[in-house]
Design a protein around this ligand. Structure first.
Ligand code: 13P
Length: 335
């Protein structure tokens, strides 16, 4: 394992006030979002959409790394330049989603386990050779009356740790994403309790599997009230509870924490990140940034609507949302 190279890549991904762009929607997820926005669900429209993103002027000022889906790594812009080359030319480090999705866990109703470990060492060799420097694996944890179970959390943590160790062997920085879903009517206290348990177990297992903490990035959920909870915690409370939870669970050796947005509105996600920075400036041991998909892309995708004549304005909307999150990382955003 080249520890120095891993550490340097992780630090570059966390540099300045930049963040990551998760543009790694699987075919099924991308098609679902296209259907909602009235966009044809074909390989060519997915290619056009990814071209819109990677050719957005000055995106590299705001985004340090972009997470791709396998299909996108093999695609090119209309002028024949590969998307990977376009990202690198724009100063953005290309990464790859490696998990193969969350499936029902047998004997654990309502709980999911992420698949994709078989053959991962070989896949990693190919991706590393193609220039992909970092990766992502998403585990999904669901809150309901009697779940999550510890058995489910341990199974997902084990897969995350196996994936992370394989990435580091290949010289690829792993983003470890244990997402506690915001679906449900639970309180923010319950989200705190579950997120804390999940992060404790994830780091216990990462350490047991000898994952090099200085060469990884954590991608957690924020601590929030459930989407359908009657009482919704305010921005300050979300910032306080999220930072408290992370300080209790994430070793200071980890160079960076990059949040998923998880279905929050673009404004809420940015406001929460900004409040964490304005309230806890210089009090956090790791870089704290964004790795949003929906909260950066949604306004641009909806405006684009699959029409070539809308590309330029959609790119401006994408740039705007990305730069708003840079301001949030400086603690300077208010909706
Ligand atoms: P959202 O920001 O839309 O939650 O997506 C982030 C992500 O990469 C989920 O795996």
């Amino acid at each position: 394992m080249d520890k120095q190279a891993l550490k340097e890549t992780a630090q570059k991904l966390m540099a300045g006030d930049k963040g990551l762009l998760a543009m790694d929607e699987s075919v099924a997820t991308c098609n679902k979002r296209f259907a909602e926005a009235g966009i044809p669900q074909t390989i060519e429209y997915r290619r056009k959409y990814r071209e819109l993103i990677v050719t957005t002027p000055k995106l590299g000022e705001c985004i340090s790394g972009a997470i791709l889906f396998d299909e996108t790594t093999k695609q090119s812009a209309a002028d024949g330049t590969s998307f990977i080359d376009l990202l690198v030319k724009g100063g953005i480090i290309p990464g790859i989603k490696l998990d193969e999705g969350a499936k029902d866990q047998p004997a654990f109703p309502g709980e999911k386990i992420t698949e994709g470990l078989d053959g991962l060492r070989e896949r990693l060799k190919d991706y590393a050779a193609a220039g992909l420097k970092f990766a992502k694996w998403r585990a999904v944890i669901t809150i309901a009356a009697d779940i999550p179970t510890d058995a489910n959390i341990y199974a997902n943590a084990h897969a995350l740790a196996r994936y992370a160790a394989l990435c580091q062997e290949a010289g690829v920085v792993p983003i470890v994403e244990p997402e506690v879903l915001m679906d449900g009517d639970h309180t923010i206290e319950r989200c705190f309790e579950v997120t804390q348990r999940v992060l404790h177990i994830v780091f216990e297992v990462l350490i047991a599997q000898r994952v090099y903490l200085e060469g990884m990035i954590l991608k957690p959920n924020m601590v929030l009230s459930g989407l359908n909870a009657v009482v919704q915690a305010d921005v300050d409370t979300v910032a306080d509870e999220t930072v408290k939870c992370l300080l209790r669970c994430v070793p200071a050796a980890v160079p960076g924490v990059a949040f998923l947005s998880g279905g929050q509105s673009a404004q809420d996600a940015s406001a929460h990140l900004s409040a964490m920075h304005s309230k806890y400036k210089n009090k956090l041991p790791w870089a704290l940034t964004f790795s949003f998909a929906r909260a950066v892309q949604q306004p641009a995708m909806e405006y684009w609507a699959g029409k070539d004549e809308n590309v330029a304005v959609a790119q401006q909307l994408l740039y705007k949302r990305a730069s708003i999150n840079n301001a949030a990382r400086r603690g300077e955003y208010s909706p």
